[in-house]
Design a protein around this ligand. Structure first.
Ligand code: ZN
Length: 122
């Protein structure tokens, strides 16, 4: 389980960098929106029983976002804006039934904020 999560996260981290390397001047908006949507839904539905696996997941996700922000700030802005849209949509129906973990609350809280940033990015 742990290895497969790491492999998936590694793939998610490398994939956009490979795409960017091929198209350094142009940000593939649709690609980053789809990636953000997939990542957000993955996080919102995250159900890792092992605490260490979950900690690794969030650490890798934060590393990916920090790297994207550093290397491709425009792509990161698109990614973050879309991620926030998905999180805010989820917020409307979010309840105890979701069973989000404490780690989720810690890491995901930033995506539930800043509606103004989302409007500005659109
Ligand atoms: Zn929820």
């Amino acid at each position: 389980m742990k290895a497969s999560v790491r492999t998936l996260v590694l793939f998610m981290a490398i994939m956009p960098l490979l795409v960017c390397a091929q198209q350094p001047q142009k940000v593939n908006v649709l690609f980053y929106e789809k990636l953000a949507e997939r990542d957000a839904l993955n996080e919102l539905n995250l159900n890792l029983v092992d605490a260490e696996d979950e900690a690794d997941f969030w650490k890798d996700q934060e590393r990916f976002e920090a790297e994207l922000q550093k290397k491709e700030p425009n792509a990161f802005a698109i990614y973050l804006a879309k991620k926030k849209i998905v999180y805010l949509a989820h917020k409307k129906t979010c309840s105890e039934k979701c069973k989000h973990s404490a780690l989720f609350a810690k890491h995901a809280s930033k995506y539930f904020l800043d509606d103004k940033e989302i409007i500005a990015a659109q």
